[in-house]
Design a protein around this ligand. Structure first.
Ligand SMILES: Nc1ncnc2c1ncn2[C@@H]1O[C@H](COP(=O)(O)OP(=O)(O)OP(=O)(O)O)[C@@H](O)[C@H]1O
Ligand SMILES: [Mg+2]
Length: 426
């Protein structure tokens, strides 16, 4: 990627209903490559009618909210990236590589990537290049890519590193979904990590068994998937299909934002810009049902420890804004027992450590202090979640579509992790 010395303007709208959009602001690329976001006066003037875009732009009262919407510090980025709220809407890994291949050899930057994918982003925002900006088509190189492209040009963005596609399911599961039509995410097998769709599907089931609200997921045999180059399905027998929580049954878009957007984390700062206590604090502070969602976040943290999920970074925590004033955690997603693939550390620090074996009840108790919650409330939730896991997970693991070596590792972790031993012996 090069810095593009070309001015441009992307209009940002909020899809309030199918076919109905509300202007939020303008993203402007200056000739130097610097990108700034300006919130529209019309959106600001809406007051209480304003649909929520980001909790980081919301204050304790209207005056403070307007000040945050007008503040410039968090709405500018130099050097070819976008202000972090927008940068975090773009794919990072394998999907990003496919998109880059479609651009070909010419100079392009993240502003161009957003312009290309902007009709189908996570959440309810739509980003569209506006008149006067150089036409995107002129910049997309149509030369055949070295890897087979999915059968149509990519026009959707899903964040994250792993390869995934936007899909629909009527009779068969079909990729790619027409822009804006995708109500499913399909995560295809990984060339690097065997049985990844199966491991993620199993992890979601295990999380649900201890009371975590999870995204609806299905394992799909490759022969039931239409419209994608066979090469993407070669590395395993099944793909993982997830119902999108940011799309409604009639194609409505529901605003969501991940915690990297909320704290302004760019790139690898998703591992460092906050810790588990900050995550719980954000949940308690912003959610409509602060106490209920705090306990949900405790369950999720315990599940990540018990499952050896070392990738629960800030982009794997998100809020959903289904109705005015309602802020909830999204269903849990991207729960993967990464320790099966050699990644045993926690993604975020907890009380100064990333070693899951050092996390016991004491650290939760200290976190409760910082959250100004009675420690017993948190500790009881931890104990209850661990007990439920010890009781309900073994039969689910036994039945899982995973090789026996992986099942053995999951079971053995469940009996040896220090938190489990502490709870069981208490
Ligand atoms: N069920 C869902 N509905 C809507 N959006 C989702 C859903 N699941 C995941 N997402 C969004 O898509 C992004 C990527 O999904 P996911 O985290 O599963 O992918 P990943 O590539 O494995 O991520 P990572 O980079 O963390 O490994 C998430 O950060 C989230 O914003
Ligand atoms: Mg993820």
């Amino acid at each position: 990627m090069l810095i593009v010395n070309r001015a441009g303007l992307i209009g940002i709208t909020f899809a309030v209903a199918p076919g109905k959009e509300l202007r939020v602001g303008s993203l402007i690329r200056e000739p130097s490559g610097t990108v700034r976001f300006f919130v529209d006066d019309g959106y600001i003037a809406l007051g209480k009618e304003r649909p929520l875009v980001s909790v980081s732009w919301r204050g304790a009262n209207e005056e403070e909210t307007v000040a945050r919407l007008r503040a410039t510090g968090d709405k500018v980025m130099f050097g070819g990236s976008l202000p972090s709220f927008f940068q975090n809407l773009l794919p990072e890994g394998a999907l990003r590589e496919l998109v880059e291949k479609e651009f070909g050899a010419g100079a392009f930057d993240n502003f161009d990537v957003l312009a290309k994918l902007g009709e189908d982003l996570p959440g309810a925002l739509i980003a569209r290049l506006e008149a006067g900006s150089p036409a995107l088509a002129a910049r997309v190189d149509k030369q055949p890519a070295t890897k087979p492209a999915p059968s149509e040009e990519i026009r959707f963005s899903l964040a994250g590193v792993q390869l995934k596609f936007s899909a629909t399911k009527r009779a068969a599961l079909t990729i790619p979904a027409k822009t804006g039509d995708g109500h499913l995410i399909l995560k295809t097998p990984s060339p690097q990590h065997a049985f990844l769709p199966e491991a993620e599907w199993t992890a979601l089931r295990l999380a649900a068994a201890v009371g975590v609200r999870v995204a609806n997921a299905d394992l799909i045999a490759q022969e039931k998937i239409d419209g994608i180059a066979a090469e993407y399905l070669l590395k395993g027998q099944r793909s993982l299909s997830l119902e999108r929580f940011d799309r409604g049954p009639e194609g409505q878009r529901i605003q969501s934002e991940d915690f990297a957007q909320i704290v302004g984390a760019m790139g690898d700062q998703k591992y460092t810009k906050a810790n588990e206590a900050t995550v719980m604090n954000i949940v308690q502070r912003f959610c409509y049902d602060g106490r209920g969602e705090l306990l949900e976040s405790v369950r999720r943290i315990v599940v990540n420890l018990l499952l050896g999920n070392g990738d629960a970074h800030l982009k794997n925590w998100s809020f959903l804004y289904p109705r005015s004033g309602e802020i909830t955690l999204t269903p849990a997603y991207d729960i993967v027992p990464t320790f099966l693939y050699g990644d045993a550390k926690m993604a975020l620090e907890f009380g100064g450590t990333k070693d899951p074996n050092l996390v016991g009840l004491r650290r939760f108790e200290r976190a409760a202090g910082a959250l100004k919650v009675a420690p017993k409330v948190i500790i009881d939730q931890v104990i209850d979640t661990v007990r439920k896991a010890v009781h309900s997970w073994p039969p689910i693991i036994d039945e899982a579509p995973l090789p026996s070596e992986m099942k053995g590792k999951l079971l053995s972790r469940l009996s040896t992790l220090s938190l489990v031993r502490e709870v069981v012996s208490a």
